[in-house]
Design a protein. Sequence first.
Lengths: 213, 318
Amino acid sequence: MSALLSPILVSLETACAATLVCVLVGVPCGYVLAVRRFRGRQPLITVLNTLMAIPTVVVGLFVYTLIARRAPLGSLGLLFSVPAMIIGQALLALPIMVVLAHTAFAAVERGARETALTLGAGPGAVTMTLVREARFGLMAAVAATFGRLIGEVGISMMLGGNIAGYTRTMTTAIALETSKGEFMLGLELGFILLAIALLVNLGLRYFQGLGDE
Amino acid sequence: MITITGLIKSFGAQPVLDIPAFTFDAGLVHAVTGANGSGKTTLLRLIAGLESPTAGSITVEVPPEEMVMCFQNPYMFHDTVLGNIAYGLRVRGVDDGGQFARAAARALGMEPLLDHRARNLSAGQKQKVALARALVLKPRLLLLDEPFANLDPEGTAQVLAALAGLRASGATILIVTHILAAGISITDRVVRLEQGRLVPDAERTIFDGTVIEADGHAVFQIVNGPAVRVVTSKRGPARGIMAPTDVILSAESFPSSMQNMFKGKVTRVTAAEGLVQVTVDIGRPVRAHVTPESCQTLGLVPGRPVWVMFKATAVEVY
């Protein structure tokens, strides 16, 4: 049972923590991108859009070179640990979160901001109003970010090391079991992963539907 | 209330607005008319502080929190109608349990819709929500962009009544519109935006008075002026509006289908975009547009007696 349960828990823990980091950093960044006009804003949006498609192994390699035993941050002993996977996944999904949060804010920015301003809202109230108005788009962004991370394999493998009971995730377990010829366990994990992905997408559709109201 | 000095607003090379000096007096309802793209909305946005002037200044005598603007296509918050109307109270920290918001909704006939999602409403209903959202704050300056554009006659009447109530409280109201007729009954001053400039509306003849019944017909008794035959089902205090192109000037009276004939005296002759605008005093000034040729043939100069004629249907009564 723990062969099945442990990877599920590790996957959920890693993806949830990385998504939380993305929300804390990415939502404010998306807000600034949507509301402020500054030099280099358009090029930055283009770069972020490009980074949305970055391969997981590239992020894995990049973080590996930072936290490997002899690397600049090697003394922290992060390599092959859950925190290392969280760092890698957060870096992978941050551009997605920023771009989707930007889109969510941009959709309501002008109308909601000007209406709030002309109804006497101060700067703080305007920000609160924009977050409130963009809430469905932001929920959808969170769901999309989580969905990207729960099925991620490259970073988990390179930075986690696929250590049984410690850093073995659903995806790395499937890869290993398949290479061992243990298709049954691989399939079971695969179906659980699909079920989680389905739930995430149902949530996504639900929030998008609310936003259209 | 609003003082404009040396205002220039450009979005490209060509200035959209170029207003050397203009003042909107406090406590009045001002209507700003003009063609599409004449800069009406830009002027409102400048006054509301949503845009900055390219040059010059706009001074508004009330603090920003006592000024509210309603947009032509208002943004509805993702909330109920009640939540939308109470928004301004909420950001001001007023918690009255929705009482004020309910009263504002009732005035505009929106009470049955209070629990509906505001974004699902029709365009006209959204406009009423936006107005209720503004009125609940009892603003001293209200800026309205095309407030009658999507309203049916009943909605227009409700909005006019609500605006009249606000005016009675001493507020200043600025209405930007290309359909002047709808708001004329509560309008004190009409100005037009022409080629980026604000000019007093000197074209239409507007008169106040009372519509009475005489021999089964409607007769508009103008205050300190003549009685004019009109076509309307309305009785009582009213406002009439007449376009200058509907007024005929003649050297002599002659029988015609025109019910209104008055002998008057020319008081003013000015050029008006390829035509000549002639102001004739028939007990009160009436403005007519004639071609330069007609003006010459009739010898229209100040002091000259002339007949003024117009059909009963030429006067729109509100």
